[in-house]
Unconditional design. Structure first.
Length: 151
């Protein structure tokens, strides 16, 4: 049985290392130039400022997915609190069924209680995930283009 919970870095940072690596292997661009190196200090600073929210999916003790958002005001809409996802991942064996839907719904419920007005989820181009977002009432509002311009 899969459980969904809100966690803190102290309870999940160690557990998420392997999923983060798998996630990076699956979706990262320019892997030979940009190595995975999370800024854990920045994550802790955000969490200590009550701006980082971590939602997880677990089977017993095993972490099988995470959804991390950063909350705050928006320069264009100062009367509302926005939550923008930093990272969203489910292990491949848990992508069928409603695990992703349940994880996001759980996060929505928690974020709403915290006073968040808008939840934005940025994803890689992935047709099944796009269908899930549309099913859940999300609207496509932007596309992001990326190009490596470093040395």
């Amino acid at each position: 049985m899969i459980t969904y919970q809100q966690e803190f870095l102290d309870t999940c940072e160690k557990d998420c290392q392997e999923l983060i690596r798998l996630h990076w292997e699956e979706i990262a661009l320019n892997k030979e130039l940009i190595k995975l190196n999370p800024d854990w200090d920045a994550y802790h600073t955000l969490e200590n400022s009550d701006k980082l929210k971590i939602f997880t999916a677990r089977v017993k003790e095993e972490l099988v997915g995470y959804f991390v958002v950063i909350t705050g005001s928006n320069l264009h809409y100062k009367d509302h609190v926005f939550a923008v996802n930093d990272i969203l991942y489910l292990s491949k064996e848990h992508r069928k069924g409603r695990t992703g839907l349940k994880l996001i719904k759980f996060a929505e419920k928690c974020l709403k209680k915290d006073g968040v007005s808008v939840l934005s989820i940025n994803t890689k181009v992935h047709k099944p995930f796009d269908s899930l977002m549309e099913y859940m009432g999300f609207n496509l509002i932007e596309r992001v283009y990326s190009k490596y311009i470093g040395d």
